[in-house]
Design a protein around this ligand. Structure first.
Ligand code: NAD
Ligand code: TYD
Length: 338
């Protein structure tokens, strides 16, 4: 693998993956294609721009002409597709762009792989394609065989993209792999998601909005563990296979919020129970036995360490997220492209 296209690299996981690859694969040439939607932030990639092996292209994965020209120019060995609309609450408010980017954008990339004979297309997917699990059955976990059963327009669009990728593999022989990961946390996560939003609000003494009773359970994985799993899959994973990635780190939302309050030395009176999300998935839990057995992957970061590191990162980098709240991160993008 010499030349890699990372789509959505100005976002949370894609940005962390860019740094992971540049650090661990010093010979790799890495091109990031990102449309810089509200979730894309060039400040995230500041450090990567200094690396001669890194190149950034602003563009939309649904733009077939742009994507095909880029493939022709760069002759990629491998594509890792992170580009997506990723926030469930936004998908409930306005589903259309989720279908466009997450499904049609994936199709454009798959078509480009077919046309240019790319050796690997890796689709970054989510455990949300499996729907949810009951709270009173801790014995149940998602395996790769669990039926697709989606709850939100976001998860339905991600499941559609997965099915399309598998269909391209079967019909056209497109060399596809898919990973389905549980909730990630770590540096550079956009502060609309639970953990960074709670850190930001708690820092400013603002209310911490907990949906419903805060009893929904997520299986948290430190983002670097996810990046390492994807690197392993593109190196050693079997074409046509799906790999679940998860950390055996199940926590109720209220527990996560209370941990953040405690690490920051704030008061639990900040917790404000608000109206629940419609269709709110109760519990996600990944069984990562396959990726462990086949590729030797195991999570390395325990939640207690990962959450402390994450909170420290947000405290050390307040301007990164303050610039999102005050809108300045968009003027940084504008300066780069004027
Ligand atoms: P994010 O919202 O932080 O970043 C998405 C990035 O994609 C942004 O930089 C955005 O500008 C870019 N983008 C959006 N539409 C685009 C388009 N049409 N063309 C090009 N670029 C576009 O998302 P994230 O949390 O980093 O998630 C990355 C991927 O991982 C997504 O596919 C998501 O479904 C998946 N995933 C996320 C999690 C999680 O916990 N965050 C868990 C499992 C899987
Ligand atoms: P989120 O970070 O949006 O990820 P996802 O919906 O993909 O799991 O939310 C994580 C959990 O936290 C989810 O159960 C919804 C809940 N949540 C809140 O209680 N309050 C909030 O303000 C947000 C953003 C999420």
């Amino acid at each position: 693998m010499k030349k890699l296209l990372v789509t959505g690299g100005a976002g949370f996981i894609g940005g962390n993956f860019v740094y992971y690859m540049l650090e661990n694969y010093p010979d790799i040439q890495l091109v990031c294609l990102d449309a810089l939607t509200y979730a894309g932030n060039l400040e995230t990639l500041k450090g990567a721009f200094k690396n001669p092996n890194f190149k950034f292209v602003k563009g939309d994965i649904t733009d077939r002409k742009l994507v095909f020209e880029l493939f022709e120019e760069e002759d990629f060995d491998c594509i890792v597709n992170f580009a997506a609309e990723s926030h469930v609450d936004r998908s409930i408010e306005a589903p259309e762009v989720f279908l466009k980017t997450n499904i049609l954008g994936t199709q454009v990339l798959l078509d480009a792989c077919n046309k240019f004979g790319t050796e690997r297309f890796h689709q970054v997917s989510t455990d949300e394609v499996y729907g949810d699990l009951p709270l009173d059955r801790p014995d149940l976990m998602f395996t790769e065989e669990t039926p697709i059963h989606t709850s939100s327009p976001y998860s339905a669009s991600k499941a559609s993209a997965d099915l399309l990728a598998l269909a391209y593999n079967r019909t056209f022989g497109t060399p596809v792999t898919i990973s389905r990961c549980s909730n990630n946390y770590g540096p550079y996560q956009f502060p609309e998601k639970l953990i960074p939003l709670m850190i930001a609000n708690a820092t400013h003494g603002k209310p911490l909005p907990v949906y419903g009773e805060g009893l929904n359970v997520r299986d948290w994985l430190y983002v670097e563990d996810h990046c390492r799993a994807i690197a392993l899959i593109i190196e050693k994973g079997k074409i046509g296979e799906v790999y679940n990635i998860g950390g055996h780190n199940e926590k109720a939302n209220i527990e996560v919020v209370k941990t953040i309050i405690s690490v920051l030395g704030k008061d639990e009176s900040l917790i404000t129970y608000v109206k629940d999300r419609p269709g709110h998935d109760r519990r996600y839990a990944i069984d990562p036995a396959k990726i462990h057995a086949e590729l030797g992957w195991l999570p390395q970061t325990k939640f207690d360490d990962g959450i402390e590191r994450t909170i420290k990162w947000y405290m050390d980098n307040t301007s990164w997220w303050e610039n999102i709240f005050n809108g300045k991160y968009k003027s940084y993008t504008a300066e780069m492209f004027e």
